[in-house]
Design a protein around this ligand. Structure first.
Ligand code: SIN
Ligand code: CO
Length: 387
């Protein structure tokens, strides 16, 4: 993507300007972010997704007695009537199932894939919303159809209401208010308080239009979570590389007889410190652990067997399946939780596949036997498709 090209998506800024001025800093309201925008699915298709076992969905209802939240899946008859006001259905990870949703996310690839998370779609009846709250991650809230009124504020007091099944701010102090119509978008940095209420709206044909909001969500690993993951993976690498298969255990041939048996031996602390720093010594191993972790598919993801046979001479090249996560660094390529060392021309080809999610037939012709053999394996695993 040309990061210096101005975009309606970013209110006439180019991605470089947006990143410098707004990203993680302040909200940006964009009127008509995507010219000629069409929703990626209908209400019936969204409800169908919410009825599926492997799709994460939630129902939030506002009752006189307070908030109610249920986890999906939701069969046809388990959602409230459309005529009931004040309920919201939220469906997570729509980009993993709907090609057009995956395409929509591609518009945001001026940000690293390591940060992009998923597309969540909400459907709400008039008055529906999930209450005033803040998220820990950046979000672009794109109004796909109907209308939603957003109130937002910088909010210093992040105290949450107690005894409610979702995160609701106790003392929300909105500072700005925007009515978003279909095609409008609002960017919010992490921890910016917001509350969006669906309003009734009518299309040109006079029919009521559904309030559907798309959340283009990001992920930012927490320090503790990352440390836990990295150390676990580094330790596992160590095991795999042990060679002899005999683990190194603490030895204390010089331990003197002790009259304070409960005291922890200093040498054992030294052994522990050594074990951790040894695992961290190889910078490539840390990068490897990070790439594997970041490309790990979510638990609910599975890949379908290919419907065709692998043909390295396929005239239309290959493209990554929409569920595939692929990234790289200067020494490795990472795909769906696996890592491969790559250098030279092979690395260039693989990096291009990861950036464009596509490899043209001409590139396939130039690929080395080892690249072709990997591509064949990935095709067999359903990670990439021909054509
Ligand atoms: C919604 O679409 O109703 C909620 C999105 C959000 O507040 O993050
Ligand atoms: Co939110």
């Amino acid at each position: 993507m040309d990061v210096n090209q101005t975009l309606p998506l970013l209110a006439g800024l180019n991605p470089s300007q947006f990143m410098r001025r707004y990203w993680q800093k302040k909200p940006l309201l964009v009127r008509q972010a995507i010219p000629g925008f069409r929703p990626v699915l209908t209400r019936a298709e969204l409800f169908q997704l919410a009825s599926e076992q492997h799709v994460e969905s939630r129902l939030v209802e506002q009752h006189a007695k307070g908030w109610r939240m249920k986890q999906g899946p939701f069969g046809k008859r388990s959602l409230p009537a459309l005529s009931n006001p004040g309920w919201t259905l939220l469906v997570q990870g729509v980009d993993l199932h709907v090609g057009a949703a995956h395409e929509l996310l591609q518009k945001f690839r001026f940000l690293p894939d390591a940060r992009l998370d998923d597309l969540m779609i909400s459907y709400a009846t008039p008055g529906g919303g999930v209450g005033p709250h803040f998220d820990s991650y950046d979000v672009f809230l794109l109004q796909a159809s109907g209308r939603r009124r957003w109130k937002i504020g910088r909010q210093r007091d992040l105290t949450l209401q107690e005894g409610v099944p979702l995160k609701i701010l106790q003392n929300f102090e909105p500072e700005q208010e925007f009515l978003l119509e279909a095609g409008d978008m609002l960017y919010l940095p992490p921890r910016y308080a917001h509350d969006g209420l669906a309003e009734s709206a009518f299309g040109d044909d006079g029919k009521a239009s559904d309030c559907m909001t798309y959340s283009i969500g990001f992920r930012a690993p927490g320090q503790t979570e990352l440390a836990r993951e990295m150390l676990q993976r580094l330790a596992d690498f160590g095991d795999a590389e042990g060679g002899s298969g005999v683990p190194t255990h603490y030895r204390d041939a010089t331990q003197a007889a002790t009259s304070t048996p409960a005291a922890l031996p200093d040498a054992l602390l030294g052994f522990a410190r050594n074990a951790v720093s040894k695992a961290l010594q190889d910078p490539l191993a840390l990068a490897c652990a990070l790439g594997e972790y970041l490309t790990e598919p979510k638990e609910t993801v599975w890949f379908e067997d290919p419907s065709d046979n692998w043909n390295p001479h396929h005239r239309e090249g290959v493209s990554l399946d929409l569920r595939t996560r692929m990234m790289y660094d200067s020494h490795h390529v990472f795909i769906n939780g696996e890592s491969y060392r790559a250098g030279g021309r092979d690395a260039t080809l693989m990096q291009r596949l990861a950036d464009h999610r596509f490899m043209a037939a001409a590139d396939l012709q130039r690929a080395s036997p080892s690249v072709l053999s990997l591509l064949a394996d990935w095709h067999g695993a359903g990670w990439l498709r021909q054509g």
